[in-house]
Design a protein around this ligand. Sequence first.
Ligand code: PMP
Length: 387
Amino acid sequence: MDNVFSNNVKNLEISGIRKFFNKVTKVQGAVSLTLGQPDFPVPENIKNAMISAIHQNKTEYTANAGIPELRQEISNFLSGMDINYLLDEIVVTVGGSEALMCAFAAFLNPGDKVLVASPAYPAYESCVKLFGGEVVNYNLNSDFTIDFENLSKLINEENPKLLVVSYPSNPTGATLSQEERDKLFQLLKEKDIYIISDEIYSSLCYENYYSLAQIHELRDRVVLVSGFSKMFSMTGLRIGYLCASKYIMDNIMKVHQYNVSCAASISQWGAYAGLRWSMNDVNNMKIEFEKRKEYVYKRLSEMGMDVTLPKGAFYIFPSISKFSMSSEEFCNRLLYEGKVAVVPGSAFGAGGEGFIRISYSYSLEVLKEGLDRMEKWINDLNKTEPV
Ligand code: PMP
């Protein structure tokens, strides 16, 4: 029976993040710090724009690339970060997820190699496998910056077609510094490699923003993937976008068109209103996330965890190596004994082993309760199993 399915699909794993989230729902009274979903309501302007779009019957197919009004706003928004794409270099997608899928579909032939950091967001590896590509993992340093020696070696030895970079990072919370961006440019400028840059957390960067899409000489080889799930706290409305130079876009559009025709019209009008009138809300959410980041970092440090201060997104990725358990065992025990759910680092690839991912997209009250329980569980553990 199993051989009716595509080998590429059979070889895919269900996301480790979802697997763990599903476990939590079965543990009564457990606090979940697993999901990457902001807990804020959708900004009022977005809600109102969607309601009035329904009343105005804006419910037909839009252009495949999305409504020009939204693409223009995306273009303006990006130019504020020194990233310049014209209207026909932007396609509105069904979340960043569809943008990623379209990008990999457009580039990959079976056997093509793709450089992906380890740890990284799990969808990259799954998309690559779906199209018969081969993932080659590059290493990160202990502070989650790129191990350039390793990356440079892999570029020279493996002949990769694509490089995936993602900043601010899920799961590590690292951002791209100016120095790293420029070093990447030096490494890539003479090479025939295309870059998929997932910047879905760009609005949640607690420092200056740097992107490979800012570099003029690389721009024609960069595919920028982003979206509004996190920025406007509208995960279920499924709006993302992809930017690329025209000759890449022509191929990506073929996939997008046959995949979805267009993103949902009502949600597109919502995102348009968000960019026009809700940037204040985005800023307020960022201020709140920053408070939560400081709180979670302080609490984990006080527990004696070995932890790097995140610079973006809403994840923190402490090391658990001193507990002599795999990340899966640590998270299972923390869930069943301590009643708190966090995601095992191994869900983000081999490089995530020895870490756990805590999402701070939850309220301070929920974070406090989760961290109190975690602290108690670790203290009890230290009494019975000294680390
Ligand atoms: N990229 C990264 C790094 C993510 O964390 C997510 C969502 N968890 C996505 C892309 C996709 O998000 P969406 O499809 O909701 O836009």
